[in-house]
Design a protein around this ligand. Structure first.
Ligand code: ZN
Length: 395
């Protein structure tokens, strides 16, 4: 078969797999096991060895699957990492979001660019990896619930540490138009619940207004926001260059003349460095427990303030001499490095010592949108990149 025929077959296979993947309605939080069975089926049939990790209800699944090297010569293993969940669909799609449709060299469907396109490419390429005389391990990491604060990946990563898989190069195929992304901020989301004592507004001293204490808490957060600005690292690569903080909502109270016994605040922060996240949390927790709570409890001893972590997607830090970036640059010839404003699982892999880069087909412009699509040419670029990976993984 000529090379052209080969790449045509490969491309068609990626389209077929992507079409199948889009048909699994793997919205975050829902059962993704059929999609995992599908991916595992392909990889196992090619001789890969897999293991799975689960959420507490065993409803959502992470898959980690490996082609072992035929002879090892000390090369770092490669991990292809993708999340299997997609964001929910809103009304307004031109066609069924879970049926892949090709029009004008674009493939439409929920998850087409974020990020089933990448998973389809690596699965389409898997037969070639399997038939190659690999001199390094090639791993596939498919996680659940990335879109809801990276809930699946930490469970998988714990298992990787247990199994001693904590050295290597991880390529996270989020849509970057195959450009190298080597850093992003963290994204931490919290809800803080206040419980006081209801009462009549004419007797404020006999109640504990959850709304008023929540307001003080919010004011403290806004004050801390200025402190975050002052803490801006000199060489920050982000825009804005400091850690941000935002109050997303305050909910509480039932009437003008009733002291509110319940209130909650949604807030988030995007730290440029982990230390900012630690600083902010310790300052706000101290304020809540040492200042606000004693005041509330003077009137009503069962008053409470509880901060719930909705998600803490840790930041992805730029590394000098990143092995992962170097590896990708070597293949694509593109030496540029960019930062993005969206969160990924990259920081989690980086944290256990795996050199990590975010690089994948499609554009983030189309992610999470109505009529999400991926340009077919992006899939071709990704397949070509995988060929480069294969060439660097055989002796
Ligand atoms: Zn994504």
């Amino acid at each position: 078969m000529s090379t052209e025929n080969n790449s045509e077959t490969l491309f068609n296979s990626s389209i077929k797999i992507l079409t199948d993947l889009i048909a699994f309605k793997t919205i975050s939080g829902e059962d993704n096991s059929s999609l995992i069975d599908y991916c595992d089926g392909i990889l196992i049939s090619l001789g890969a060895q897999s293991f799975r990790t689960y959420d507490d209800e065993k409803k959502r699944v992470n898959l980690f699957s490996s082609f072992k090297s035929k002879k090892s010569n000390g090369k770092k293993p490669i991990i292809f990492s993708g999340h299997t969940d997609v964001v929910p669909v809103s009304k307004g799609w031109s066609a069924d979001p879970f049926t892949a449709t090709i029009k004008n060299d674009k493939l439409y469907g929920r998850g087409s660019c974020d990020m089933k396109g990448f998973i389809a490419c690596v699965l389409a390429y898997a037969p070639i990896f399997s038939n190659s005389n690999l001199d390094r391990d090639i791993h596939f990491s498919f996680t659940f619930d990335e879109e809801t604060a990276c809930l699946g990946a930490p469970i998988l990563i714990n298992e990787l540490v247990k199994r001693g898989i904590n050295n290597g190069i991880c390529i996270i195929g989020e849509p970057t138009n195959m450009k190298i992304i080597d850093a992003h901020k963290g994204c931490y989301e919290y809800t803080t619940y206040f419980e006081g004592l209801a009462g009549h507004s004419s007797q404020p001293h006999k109640g504990v207004s959850a709304v008023e204490y929540a307001s003080k808490y919010v004011n403290k957060l806004i004050e801390l926001r200025d402190r975050l600005k002052e803490r801006q690292p000199k060489d920050s690569i982000f825009d804005p260059p400091y850690s941000t903080l935002q109050i997303g909502g305050i909910f509480g109270g039932i009437a003008h003349n009733v002291i509110a016994d319940k209130c909650y605040v949604n807030w988030e922060t995007r730290p440029v460095i982990k230390e900012d996240g630690i600083f902010l949390n310790s300052e706000i927790d101290k304020y809540a427990t040492e200042i606000l709570l004693p005041e509330m409890r003077k009137v009503f001893s069962d008053s409470s303030i509880k901060k719930k972590i909705i998600g803490e997607v840790i930041g992805f830090d730029r590394e000098n001499d990143s092995k992962a970036c170097e590896f990708v640059s070597n293949i694509t010839g593109d030496n540029s490095r960019e930062v993005v404003s969206f969160g990924t699982e990259a920081g989690l892999f980086q944290e256990i010592g795996i050199s990590t880069v975010v690089c994948g087909p499609g554009s983030i412009q189309q992610a999470h949108k109505i009529d999400e699509f991926i340009e077919l040419n992006e899939l071709k670029k990704c397949l070509k990149f995988l060929e480069g990976v294969k060439n660097k993984s055989i002796n």
